[in-house]
Design a binder for this molecule. Structure first.
Ligand SMILES: *Cc1c(COP(=O)(O)O)cnc(C)c1O
Length: 392
C-alpha cells in the first residue's frame, strides 16, 4: 500500500508508526470491517449488532446505565453533558490540569454557566482536598467537571476520591475519561461516577467520530431541570432510542460496526489484562525515558495512557524532535500544546499497542536525540524498557 503521507527525506521503505494519544492505531480485524458494504441502520441485523455494542460498552463502563452513542468526536459528548444537564447561570467547578480541563471551562462559559476553576501548573494533578476546599466556598455548586487522565500533560486525577467529595457537597461528578476508559479501572456504578464520557479514537481502537456518554440517576434528574438550548445532542431523546437498539439520528454506521469488532477484542483480552497491559507499557516507557536522563512532566501522578517528557535543555528547538521522528524515522508522536509547545513531547501507549511499539518509540527517540546533539548511549533507554518487560 502506498504511504498516505509521503515525505521527501524518508526512504521509501520506512514504515509508519502512529504513537499518538488519539487517533490511535486500529487493529487489522477492525480495519477490515470498515471496508464492508454499507447496511441500513433500521434493520434487524444492525439492531442486533447495536445491542451487542451497547452491552459491550456497559461492560467497559462497568455500569447498568445506558451508554449513549453520539456521532461526534469526544468533545461532542463534553458539549452534550453541559447543554443537557445545567441551567443558565449554574455554578460548576472545573478542574484545569491542562488543555482538556480548560475545555470544560470554555464549554461552560459558552452556555452561560458560571464556572469556578481550579488551575494547577502543567504536570501537577489535583487532589480531592483541593476540590473539597473549593466546594466548601461555593455552596449550590451543581457539578465537578474534570478529566480522569489529562492528555495534554500526562497526568492522572484521583477519580474515586473526587467523585465522593462532589457527592458529599450535593454536586454531581462529570468525568471526561477519553484517554482513561479502557486504560485503567473506572467502575462507573461502584465509584458513583455520575457522568462518564469517552470517544472512539483512543483506547477503543476505532477511527475518530463516535462519542459515548452514560448518566447516573442523579444526573438524569438534573437533566430534567435543564433549560439550555439544544437540538442535535438531546440526551433524553437518545435514551429513548436505546431500547429500540437505535440512535435518534443516523448513526456513523461503519464506525459502530468497527467498534463492535474492537469491543470484541477488548472483551477477549479482559478488563484486568487490559489495565495490566497499559500499566506495563507505561512503566516501561517511564523507565526508558529516565534511563536516558530525561525528566517526566508528570512526576507524582502519571497516567498510564500517555507519557509527557520534558525536552532536555541541550536541545533548543523541541519541535525538531517531532519532525525528525516523523519525517525521517516514520514515527508520529505529539508535542506540547500552547505554553508547552516545544517544551515537551508525548509518547502514547494506549489502545492497540504492545511491548514492541514502546521499544520502537524509544529506539527512534535515541536516534533522534543523538542526531540533535544530545549525548545518548545507544540502547540505554531500550534496555531499561526490556528490563521492565523481562520482569512483567
Ligand atoms: C482526545 C480528548 C478529548 C476529545 O477531543 P476530540 O478531539 O474532540 O476527540 C477530550 N478529552 C481528552 C482528555 C482527550 O484526550
Amino acid at each position: 500500500m502506498s504511504d498516505p503521507v509521503p515525505t521527501l527525506s524518508r526512504k521509501p521503505y520506512t514504515k509508519s508508526y502512529l504513537l499518538t494519544p488519539g487517533p490511535t492505531p486500529i487493529p487489522e480485524s477492525v480495519l477490515a470491517i470498515g471496508s464492508m458494504p454499507m447496511v441500513h441502520h433500521r434493520t434487524p441485523a444492525f439492531e442486533s449488532l447495536f445491542r451487542e455494542v451497547e452491552s459491550g460498552l456497559q461492560w467497559l463502563f462497568q455500569t447498568k446505565n445506558e451508554v449513549l452513542i453520539l456521532s461526534a468526536s469526544g468533545s461532542g459528548a463534553m458539549d452534550a453533558a453541559i447543554s443537557n444537564l445545567f441551567k443558565k447561570g449554574d455554578t460548576v467547578l472545573t478542574l484545569n490540569a491542562g488543555k482538556f480541563g480548560e475545555r470544560w471551562t470554555k464549554i461552560a462559559q459558552a452556555y452561560g454557566l458560571n464556572p469556578r476553576e481550579i488551575k494547577v501548573a502543567p504536570g501537577q494533578s489535583i487532589t480531592a482536598a483541593q476540590v473539597e476546599k473549593e466546594l466548601a466556598a461555593a455552596p449550590g455548586c451543581k457539578a465537578v467537571l474534570f478529566q480522569a487522565s489529562e492528555t495534554s500533560t500526562g497526568v492522572k486525577l484521583p477519580v474515586k476520591e473526587i467523585c465522593a467529595t462532589a457527592r458529599k457537597h450535593g454536586a454531581i461528578s462529570v468525568v471526561d475519561a477519553i484517554t482513561a476508559l479502557g486504560v485503567f479501572d473506572l467502575p462507573m456504578d461502584s465509584w458513583g461516577i455520575d457522568v462518564l464520557i469517552t470517544g472512539s479514537q483512543k483506547a477503543l481502537m476505532t477511527p475518530p467520530g463516535l462519542a459515548f456518554i452514560a448518566l447516573s440517576e442523579s444526573a438524569w434528574k438534573l437533566a430534567d431541570a435543564s433549560d439550555l438550548p439544544r437540538f442535535y445532542f438531546d440526551l433524553k431523546r437518545e435514551r429513548k432510542a436505546v431500547p429500540k437498539a437505535q440512535t435518534a439520528w443516523t448513526p456513523s454506521i461503519s464506525l459502530v460496526q468497527m467498534l463492535h469488532q474492537s469491543l470484541k477484542l477488548i472483551q477477549e483480552e479482559g478488563r484486568d489484562q487490559l489495565f495490566a497491559r497499559h500499566a506495563l507499557l507505561a512503566n516501561a516507557t517511564r523507565a526508558a525515558v529516565k534511563a536516558l536522563g530525561l525528566e517526566l512532566l508528570a512526576t507524582d501522578a502519571p497516567s498510564d495512557a500517555v507519557t509527557a517528557v520534558k525536552v532536555p535543555s541541550s536541545i533548543t528547538d523541541g519541535k525538531q524532535i517531532l519532525k525528525i521522528l516523523r519525517d525521517e524515522l516514520g514515527v508520529t508522536i505529539v508535542g506540547g500544546q500552547e505554553e508547552l509547545e516545544g517544551k515537551i513531547f508525548r509518547l502514547s501507549h494506549l489502545g492497540y499497542c504492545d511491548r514492541f511499539d514502546v521499544v520502537t518509540a524509544i529506539a527512534a527517540l535515541e536516534l533522534t536525540l543523538s542526531k540533535l546533539g544530545h549525548k545518548v548511549q545507544f540502547g540505554q533507554g531500550v534496555g531499561a524498557a526490556l528490563q521492565v518487560f523481562n520482569k512483567g
